[in-house]
Design a protein. Structure first.
Length: 315
């Protein structure tokens, strides 16, 4: 009898311990979901048509919940509108840039055609021919005066001295780095160059004096200067007239407008790319836990129960 009573008492204690262990295991075996799992469960309850409809009172279109990390701002979380906006924006930017470049090229070609017409006009060609003729007359008169100077013994002596010094400098010119570093040789070269420069100055002074004293040289020089001034004045007048032409001004205005369009298109493209990146990042963020929706092993565990799945997966 005493043995039977002990056995019954032991069975009662074992049953109580088993009940407590089951309660404890049920209490501690909570699902290891992220802190934002409750909105997901609420969303599932709304999708099943439950009474607690939390999705429609958030002001989201179509019942989408802005606060739900598993749902975005529309029924489909992929930002198709933002992604599709980038290719047209890029094409528009390219078109705006090319239209601006084409307008500039058209203006440059128009200017080139007008300058070509001007330089081939009869008036400009006649003046250019007169300028070339005046240049030839001046060269002829100058050569005549310089040839007459050869009768002067001083002029011939200066030319001979200059030729001798030039030949001597060529013979003594250093042909290596070591020779060029020789101080005595460099001093000799400097002395000869100084003497040659003095002779050249005297020779040039004699030529200038002779040409200034000759009336034929002075008249041909004046004619040459007048022809050159006329050509320069014609080019300046045509350039001023060209810059005030109505076609030129209209082309410049169009280029300015296309430049504005190019800047605006480039800015729109940059904004579209930024919006696409933000939308894609958001879509990825709200679905960062989707791979664990149907997992039976929890978020922090893998299929082998090791508990280190977070280190092997990219959220």
């Amino acid at each position: 009898m005493r043995t039977i009573r002990a056995s019954g008492r032991f069975a009662f204690v074992a049953a109580a311990a088993l009940s407590l262990s089951l309660v404890a295991s049920g209490w501690t075996a909570q699902p290891t979901q992220p802190s934002d799992d409750q909105p997901r469960r609420d969303a599932r309850g709304d999708a099943r048509g439950g009474d607690d409809n939390r999705g429609e009172d958030r002001g989201a279109p179509g019942g989408a919940m802005y606060g739900d990390p598993y749902h975005g701002y529309s029924g489909n979380d992929y930002p198709a509108e933002e992604v599709r906006a980038v290719p047209p924006a890029r094409a528009n930017a390219v078109r705006a840039r090319l239209e601006h470049e084409r307008a500039q090229s058209d203006l440059y070609r128009w200017i080139d055609r007008n300058w070509d017409d001007f330089t081939n006009s009869r008036e400009y060609l006649d003046n250019a021919a007169n300028e070339r003729k005046a240049q030839d007359n001046y060269n002829r008169e100058r050569d005549r005066v310089l040839k007459s100077l050869n009768n002067d013994s001083n002029y011939r002596t200066l030319k001979d001295l200059i030729a001798d010094i030039s030949a001597q400098m060529e013979r003594q010119r250093p042909h290596s780095v070591n020779a060029a570093m020789n101080a005595d040789a460099m001093e000799d070269m400097l002395a000869m160059a100084t003497v040659k420069l003095g002779y050249l100055s005297q020779l040039s002074a004699m030529e200038s004096s002779a040409m200034n004293a000759d009336k034929g040289v002075q008249d041909s020089r004046t004619a040459l200067l007048d022809a050159g001034n006329r050509s320069r004045e014609m080019r300046r007048t045509f350039d001023r007239k060209l810059r005030r032409d109505e076609n030129f001004l209209a082309a410049r205005t169009r280029i300015d407008d296309l430049r504005i369009n190019k800047v605006v298109a480039a800015t729109f493209l940059e904004s579209a790319i930024n919006a696409r990146c933000i939308a894609l990042d958001y879509a990825y963020y709200v679905h960062r836990w989707d791979q664990y929706k149907y997992s039976n092993y929890g978020i922090y565990g893998d299929y082998y129960g090791g508990g280190y799945g977070a280190f092997n997966r990219r959220y």
